[in-house]
Ligand binder design. Structure first.
Ligand code: KG4
Ligand code: ZN
Length: 404
């Protein structure tokens, strides 16, 4: 199946053009543009800015992706009715309808493209809509279906891409890792912290999640307290690594939140408050203080994540652990999870560091799996696809109709 994939759920605009049969994947082109610099001054992602940036960057990035793919294109004729439809779809994004139709008039359609996948949730709804409306427009021009894909399912799918090396300039073909099910899955990102038992593609048993802040959010907020730029995760992990290397330790131990709660729930807002108290104590923090606090915070949070994952593995007797989402880039988390391989004799799967963040490649695969395991969930009419900001992993698209 040849897929054009679009991801715009948060602050990354991303396109991929791939072929997959479920055993191997050929990536013809993959481009991700991060908006981090634009959001930095707000200390987090600002939804209306994210939407505007997606609208500005999408067509140039799509053009780059189509060109870099090296795939031949065939001419398309866009009739008046389709042009009006696209204008209507993209009415809120000034100039976007014209830019997209101009690109398609000039470039045509990539030969052999079977489907478009697009993230329809969870994420920031204004941002999601930009990708969805581009997908609907391309579907009308190219006459191909749209497969709506779940962003979290995309993070899980990224685990099958372990053999890719980045960056690459030539099309790359690789075997997809055969993921062993059932697997205890730790989803850790800026918006999510969840333990789920994945028994097959599309079959999810939620075990627990955070009651308040997501773990990435906690990293970002603590980084702000320490005067570090957004996103805070990489900054904190850098300071924490320096502290470990120099043997620097905090004089105060932070409480590991909910570590003994005997369930799979999490809570990370209290630990952020504990760091705030420490910061507000009076004397300005030295670099060594910051390193010590970053280390203590990181180790406290990761102790809880690993402890709960371990508990779930033991309780369900599963042989595999999946760790995914933006926070899975964290080297200390990766090290602690990898250690479970010997401690608990489980196979541990993590995405290649280049694919832990949001990207269209993982979403292409999520869409492909969805089309395979539940073709009835692929809506026949792309115009029925809507952005669902709080889309659950277990939610079926047809539930959406029941919701409204
Ligand atoms: O999955 P993702 O790219 O976007 C969402 O879907 O949320 O995750 C972004 C989150 C941010 O909160 C960022 O600070 C965090 O992942 N993150 C990290 C690290 N790298 C990124 N957190 C801890 N350590 C890291 N090295
Ligand atoms: Zn994500």
């Amino acid at each position: 199946m040849r897929i054009l994939s679009i991801e715009t759920s948060c602050d990354e605009t991303s396109f991929a053009l791939i072929d997959t049969d479920g055993e191997t994947v050929t990536v013809y082109a993959h481009n991700t543009l991060s908006q981090i610099e634009k959001h930095r001054e707000y200390g987090g992602v600002f939804p209306s800015l994210a939407k505007r940036e997606h609208a500005i960057n999408a067509v140039p990035l799509l053009e780059k992706t189509l060109t870099e793919s090296g795939i031949d294109h065939e001419a398309v004729t866009i009739n008046g009715e389709t042009r009006e439809h696209i204008k209507h779809l993209l009415v809120r994004e000034e100039g976007l309808a014209d830019k997209l139709t101009t690109l398609c008039d000039a470039k045509g359609k990539p030969q052999g493209v079977d489907a478009i996948t697009v993230t329809h949730g969870p994420g920031l709804e204004p941002a999601l809509w930009v990708g969805i409306n581009i997908a609907k427009s391309l579907s009308a021009i190219w006459d191909v279906p749209v497969i709506p894909a779940n962003h979290i399912e995309g993070h899980i799918a990224s685990l099958a891409l372990t053999s890719f090396t980045f960056p690459f300039s030539e099309p790359q073909t690789n075997q997809l890792a055969e993921l062993p099910f059932p697997a205890i899955t730790l989803i850790v990102s800026g918006g999510h912290t969840e333990l789920v038992r994945v028994t097959d593609w599309g079959v999810y048993q939620p075990l627990g999640k955070t009651k308040d802040d997501a773990v990435g959010e906690a990293f970002d907020k603590v980084a702000r307290l320490l005067d570090l730029p957004y996103p805070g995760g990489p900054e904190i992990s850098q300071l924490a690594a320096e502290a470990r290397e120099s043997g620097i330790k905090a004089d105060q131990v932070l409480k590991r939140p909910m570590i003994d709660s005997d369930d799979y729930q999490f809570s990370f807002s209290g630990i952020k408050t504990a760091v705030r108290y420490r910061v507000d104590e009076g004397t300005p923090l030295s670099q060594t203080d910051k390193q010590a606090l970053a280390r203590e915070f990181e180790e406290a949070v990761i102790d809880v994540l690993v402890h709960k994952a371990q508990a779930a593995i033991a309780a369900y007797g599963d042989n595999a652990l999946f760790v995914t989402g933006g926070v899975s880039a964290n080297p200390w988390l990766r090290e602690q999870c990898a250690a479970l391989k010997t401690k608990q004799d489980v196979a541990v799967y993590m995405a290649p560091p280049a694919l832990t963040g949001d990207n269209a490649l993982m979403m292409a695969l999520a869409g492909f799996y969805r089309a395979q395991y539940a073709p009835e969930l692929v809506l026949p009419d792309p115009d029925e696809i809507a952005a669902i900001g709080n889309l659950r992993l277990t939610e079926r698209i047809i539930d959406k109709k029941e919701r409204t």
